[in-house]
Design a protein around this ligand. Structure first.
Ligand SMILES: Nc1nc2c(ncn2[C@@H]2O[C@H](COP(=O)(O)OP(=O)(O)OP(=O)(O)O)[C@@H](O)[C@H]2O)c(=O)[nH]1
Ligand SMILES: [Mg+2]
Length: 488
């Protein structure tokens, strides 16, 4: 089997159906799926509330400052960043008009104005000659809203069209719980779940009163992220804390020798001056030049680039031995949390790309079946049978656990905390052992024993539940059985 075997099977199904269909809505939907699969990359949307730090994170992931960021509502239309041999921006309209090319900002960024009314634009495609994108994914920056309940149709449309989602959450406030519940509601009916949603706790420097030393601030971030992951159990596979602004600076080549030199000079201040200076942003800006020979303008530049927390992280990294610019940048990437997020995206999204893309394509085809006209029934029935066979593939079944997890989140599938934990591990584990909630070094016999025990447990549960809930339990049971068999 090749890496793309599941997607290849969907492509073949589309080709076969297309050959027998006449022009009409069913054929159009099938063609759209084929076009979607022609792209060989996974699409990952970045979504969340207004000002959450989505665009800042997109830039950090791209390794280039292409998405505009700002303190007020900044991202007005969804932007699909794709690899292209030359920088170009295409505007796609929602009234069927042909796409229009608009000039990019120097370096390929999205311009302030696209020159068309926002309400006529469905989304834009930003082609960038960016190697990082080439071998990874299409990244989709979406507009935020002040409440997730009001996430506009176009944001939601882009989020639904993507294969996976990074859900960006800023520092938790009183509104957080409500917003998260809203997000659950908005996502119900989409296939987004712990199988393909990674949470990011953004702007970790803003947690608490923001005066804690950097390592303490990171510890607070990890704690808040862990609590968030607990609350969003079933919806996200994990929540990674990221100092988004610092991550952007550490990955976008905007931090130069000049900034490094200035930081090293700051680091030479005597301990008392250093402590006074790092008490607040104002103290950093206002400390007398004769005590710290870095001019105010450069200090302001450092603040704009790294933020106050970032400056303290950089000074701590220098203190810990980061001897030159590359080592300092590496330390900042590590400290910002972006390195861990990238690992997480590779492990969870890229390694499962075939199944995730196949699942979204198969879902679109399943929806398209309803569009068949009476004389297209044969084709629809054949396609439906092929899709049912495809859905039995173990890798896809795991993605389907999304529905089970959503049923549990809605209260339609009562589970004990232990069973909920087993379901979460099965969905999000990246190795067989982890899927069974066991350490990686567990013996094969132990894995087999536990897989069998789980299958038995879920069979008992299945027999006690009403029919619909029982079907969900049956899916979990079948996956444990399959794991058991594969360990024979
Ligand atoms: N202190 C701090 N500020 C940040 C951080 N990340 C982003 N910001 C700032 O927060 C503001 C919003 O960031 P954006 O990335 O534009 O947020 P967004 O979610 O894309 O916003 P919209 O597109 O308007 O919904 C900007 O002023 C950023 O500079 C961070 O880690 N720390
Ligand atoms: Mg934005």
């Amino acid at each position: 089997m090749t890496d793309h075997s599941l997607c290849d099977r969907v492509r073949a199904m589309c080709a076969e159906a297309e050959a027998s269909l006449r022009p009409g809505p069913f054929l159009t939907a099938v063609l759209e799926v084929r076009e979607r699969l022609a792209r060989d990359t996974l699409s990952v949307a970045v979504g969340g509330r207004l000002n959450a730090g989505k665009s800042t994170l997109v830039n950090a992931l791209l390794g280039q400052r292409l998405a505009p960021t700002g303190a007020t509502e900044t991202t007005m239309v969804s932007a699909w960043f794709t690899h292209h041999h030359q920088n170009r921006i295409l505007v796609h309209f929602n009234d069927g008009r042909p796409d229009a090319a608009v000039p990019a900002r120097p370096g390929g960024g999205v311009p302030e104005s696209l020159g068309y009314p926002r309400e006529n634009i469905s989304h834009i495609t930003v082609g960038v000659a960016n190697k990082r994108l080439g071998d990874a994914f299409v990244l989709v920056d979406t507009p935020g809203r002040d409440a997730l309940s009001a996430l506009d149709d176009y944001s939601m449309a882009s989020i639904r069209r993507a294969d996976a989602l990074i859900l960006v959450m800023p520092h938790p406030g009183a509104e957080e719980e409500k917003a998260l519940q809203e997000f659950r509601r908005v996502m119900a009916g989409s296939r987004l779940s712990a199988a393909n949603v990674v949470g990011v706790l953004s702007q970790i420097d803003r947690l608490g009163d923001g005066t804690a030393p950097p390592d303490e601030q990171r510890r607070i971030g990890a704690e808040v992220a862990a609590r968030g992951a607990q609350r969003l159990n079933g919806l996200v596979c994990e929540v990674v804390p990221v100092a988004t602004k610092l991550a952007q600076a550490a990955r976008c080549q905007t931090f130069t020798d000049k900034h490094e030199r200035a930081l090293r000079t700051l680091a030479t201040a005597d301990p008392q001056t250093l402590e006074d200076m790092l008490y607040s942003e104002d103290d950093l800006l206002n400390v007398a030049l004769d005590t710290v020979p870095v001019d105010r303008e450069t200090r302001r530049e450092l603040l704009d680039l790294l933020g106050f927390h970032g400056i303290r992280e950089a000074l701590a990294a220098i203190d810990a031995g980061a001897a030159d610019l590359p080592h300092l940048l590496e330390a900042l990437r590590e400290r910002s949390g972006i390195t861990r997020l990238l690992d997480c995206l590779h492990e969870r999204f890229l390694a499962a790309a075939d199944a995730l893309r196949c699942d979204s394509a198969a879902t679109l085809l399943e929806q398209a079946l309803d569009l068949a006209q009476p004389d297209e029934r044969d084709v629809a029935e054949r396609l439906s049978a092929q899709l049912s066979r495809l859905r039995r593939e173990p890798e896809l079944r795991r993605v389907e656990l999304a529905e089970v997890s959503q049923a549990h989140a809605r209260g339609d599938l009562p589970l004990s905390p232990e069973q909920a934990g087993q379901l979460q591990a099965l969905m999000t584990g990246t190795t067989t052992a982890r899927r069974l909630g066991l350490p990686d070094e567990s013996s094969r016999d132990e894995l087999r024993r536990v897989a069998e025990e789980r299958a038995r447990g879920w069979r008992v549960l299945e027999s006690r539940l009403p029919r619909r809930a029982g079907l969900h339990a049956a899916l979990v049971r079948e996956i444990f059985e399959h794991l058991h068999l594969s360990l024979a």
